[in-house]
Design a protein around this ligand. Structure first.
Ligand code: KG4
Ligand code: ZN
Length: 331
């Protein structure tokens, strides 16, 4: 079955073609307009999706060497995400499904992120624990079976990627903060200063990153702009280390608790090399396998939506044309 996947939950306009295990194309158009605002402006995001969606779908079909009539199903993200952004992808998906006379299926964006692991590592199969860490979400999920998910922990305030973005903004290193901080942290000393790690109450698998962001702000204010410039790499490395420590420790604890032998990762923050390295090291000490998707499959993309949709179609699950956006959809 040839499935077109459409993803427009935030600021990436994405379309991909999947034939089951592999992707025939995976086109991602990242909206650069938000950079000058240091964050995603929802109204601008939906307007950009309107301009970019059809060209991106056309490009995905061209790269796959297929025409519209070769498609046999359309999978589209219906939540969680920005309502206006979701609406653009949904409208295009519904219009195409109706005009081509093929089935439509709505995909949970978070489930898509989990499926990205199977595209990069086709051998992996549940059960496993997955850390989803992006700009909008940070949660630890136990995947008992495909379609059977238990959220073991989630952030109580900022998402991990959001913390990178906010600290990136206060260190004035550009937006998005994650890749910029990782790069600057490369030459830095992560033991320069010890920023707080919020482990919360005993045994909790939840996260909190807002205090860490405030600690960085206070530190920068205390040492002043000259010292901040001088120690930029060290501050970035110390901040990154604090985020990585908590993400890794809680994910490995979660896997131990449910008896999982594999840890997977998902979301834009999973691109971070310090996180991957530390996760591999700590999980390895516990005898667990660790894997993560390739960078373009960690961040938002249509491929993961097409792959999840392919699974739904195999299960005989479809959505009606009345499918609406659900901005606060949970797993
Ligand atoms: O999954 P994603 O592309 O979009 C969302 O669904 O949010 O994730 C984007 C987030 C941003 O907050 C960005 O700063 C962060 O992922 N990110 C990183 C890295 N690359 C992207 N964070 C840390 N290190 C990176 N290398
Ligand atoms: Zn995402």
């Amino acid at each position: 079955m040839i499935v077109l996947g459409i993803e427009t939950s935030c600021d990436d306009t994405c379309a991909a073609v999947c034939d089951g295990q592999s992707l025939l194309s995976n086109v991602i158009s990242t909206q650069l307009i938000h950079q000058r605002f240091g964050g995603v402006v929802p109204e601008l995001a939906s307007r950009s999706h309107i301009q970019l969606m059809l060209p991106v779908v056309r490009q995905a079909l061209n790269q796959a060497g297929l025409g519209r009539r070769d498609l046999q199903g359309i999978a589209v993200t219906f939540g969680p995400g920005l309502a206006g952004s979701l609406l653009v992808g949904l409208s295009v998906a519904k219009g195409m499904a109706l005009s081509l006379g093929i089935p439509l299926v709505g995909v949970n964006h978070l489930e898509g992120h989990i499926w990205a692991n199977s595209l990069s590592n086709p051998g992996i199969a549940p059960s496993f624990v997955v850390l989803i860490a992006s700009g909008g979400h940070t949660q630890i999920v136990f995947v008992r079976e495909w379609g059977d998910y238990e959220v073991l922990g989630r952030t109580r305030d900022d998402a991990a990627g959001e913390a990178f973005d906010k600290v990136g903004k206060l260190l004035q290193v550009g937006y998005p903060g994650g890749p910029a901080i990782e790069k600057i942290a490369e030459g830095g000393d992560f033991e320069y200063t010890r920023f707080p790690r919020a482990y919360l109450e005993e045994g909790s698998l939840d996260f909190s990153f807002s205090g860490l962001k405030t600690a960085v702000l206070n530190h920068v204010r205390t040492i002043g702009s000259e010292q901040t410039r001088k120690h930029l790499s060290d501050i970035a490395a110390s901040f990154q280390r604090a985020v990585v420590d908590v993400l890794v420790e809680k994910t490995v604890s979660a896997a131990k608790r449910v008896g999982a032998h594999r840890i997977c990762m998902a979301g834009g923050v999973a691109v971070n090399s310090a996180l991957k390295g530390e996760m591999a090291r700590c999980a390895g000490e516990e005898g667990m396998e660790v894997s993560w998707p390739t960078p373009e499959l960690c961040s938002d993309n249509g491929g993961m939506i097409a792959r999840a949709g392919f699974y739904y179609f195999q299960q005989g699950r479809t959505s009606s044309l009345a499918l609406s956006p659900v901005p606060s959809l949970n797993l």
